[in-house]
Design a protein around this ligand. Sequence first.
Ligand code: DGT
Ligand code: CA
Ligand code: CA
Ligand code: ZN
Length: 571
Amino acid sequence: MSKNQEIAEIFEKIADALEFKGDDTFRIGAYRKAARILKEYPENIEDLYKKGDIKKIPGIGKGMSEKIEEYLKTGKITKYEEVIKDIPEGILELLEIPNLGPKTLNLAYRQLGVKNLSDLERVIENGELANLFGMGEKKVENIKKGIELYKQGRKRIPLGIALPIVEEIIEEFKKYVDKIEPCGSLRRMNETIGDIDILTTGKNKIEIIESFISLPMVKEVMAKGDTKASIIEKSHNLQVDLRVVSEDSFGAALQYFTGSKAHNIKLRGLAKDKGLKISEYGVFKGDKKIAGRTEEEVYNKLGLVWIPPELREDRGEIEAALDNNLPILIEGKDIKGDLHIHSKYSDGVETIEEIAIFAKSLGYEYIGICDHSKTSKIAGGLDEYTLKRRNEEIDNINSKIKGIRVLKGAEVDILSDGSLDYSDKILEQLDFVIASIHQGFKKNVTERIKRAIDNPYVDIIAHPTGRLLSGREGYEVNIDEIIEYASYKKVVLEINCYPDRLDLNDINVIKGKNKGVKFAIGTDSHNIGMLKYIKFGLGIARRGWLTKIDVLNTYKWEEMPLRRRTNGSSN
Ligand code: DGT
Ligand code: CA
Ligand code: CA
Ligand code: ZN
């Protein structure tokens, strides 16, 4: 985990602890804001510190930057230790449960003596919690769900957290080995990861194992043998399994340890039908090894074309590979631009010009600037006047900077009655419009999204389910009904790449594709460092069997099949 992340988490914890203690809200808000800025800050704060630039982070004041400095120097923040000194250990754990706010927890603590998870489960069970002032069945139901999520969440972590950890390990470790490849759920780009699996080859297996368990990110060695080892890494207590295999089995091992288990079982059955045997060592005919060096030859010997890892879930990919009928999955190089970026006009960090220059350096042909609409006040939503000024600025930038086109977009709130936060007259002036739910997560969400889809100026529905991988369940929405309606009205659904969202997920993407829905992959960037998250959205798209033509932002701007152009709205 980066220092940015580590410090952000401590700031969050300080805010939670203060709130639990009934502190005033101003300080609490300041910590939460600083945490958010740190999490999304594109540069490594340690580098900044070394350059003496720590005070230059926009939005971080003197008090906060002193705490950051303290952490970088000493590895701790005194303020945090101070705040939690008189809070019971179990309460600190409970503060991490989704849907259970610090204020509620304080109430349960003072009035019911709840000090740990088993206390909490007891007062839920016997109804005492529901009887507290201001509580009630519904809130308690939510807390129960939160506990479930918390228990699951402890076991699996989001891809967006696991991937950087693996990249760091590989960077550090690759000098010791010939070949190195992550496998397991990570290679398949699963949205959450149970443990990390890494496969290597190299001459001296014992030496490789020894250097692995001595890596700086190792917290604990769980197991160590001649060809494999398991460690717990420091930042998130993630288990990392390492296997060292010989060159001539690398492909077979890569195939085996990539999984999924269901895919492997199906494959083994297929091998058996052909009178062959498949294992992590190779494909065998009797005692004779007939494949193993590469994954391609393993699949080929079974009569299959190579199957991209993202598809290996036993969802029909083996049947399709047998018929040589696999989709040609969308790739990074197909992406021509990002359709969901926030600028400084709302709650983003950079100016539109800065974003445009950076996106051009990534090779993008266009970017969709989608600032929040006026009702999203905390997110710096734009009133009509400011939007107009912003659009003029975009015109100026477009005439000034060549080689990239800035699109005038907006992320418009869907209000509580299903109407949109700008009038049609305003929406008409934009190049495209994203509509999204940011409030009233339980209020008629399905109906409201459908009303938004009815508006002919809405092109894309952002993060359609609203779920967060870190905990929050989605809106109360019937996503199947939304997919159906989007297909009928030719509205595009978003695959939001924000690591905590990944919304839609793979299953819903498959459902949508089967109904002919098109998708937009958007990073929801609030700073330019987040543009790289496009790879997570691509992972979801590929897991959803999407090809280039299914995704809006693989088209040239002039050819993009936007609903307002294809007249789908008159359906
Ligand atoms: P995870 O770690 O829960 O996110 O998911 P995976 O898929 O990474 O699962 P993991 O780490 O338990 O095992 C890695 C791969 O090893 C798995 O995808 C397939 C293979 N594998 C593990 N156990 C079995 C098994 O019992 N049978 C077969 N055929 N393959 C297995
Ligand atoms: Ca795994
Ligand atoms: Ca494993
Ligand atoms: Zn957004």
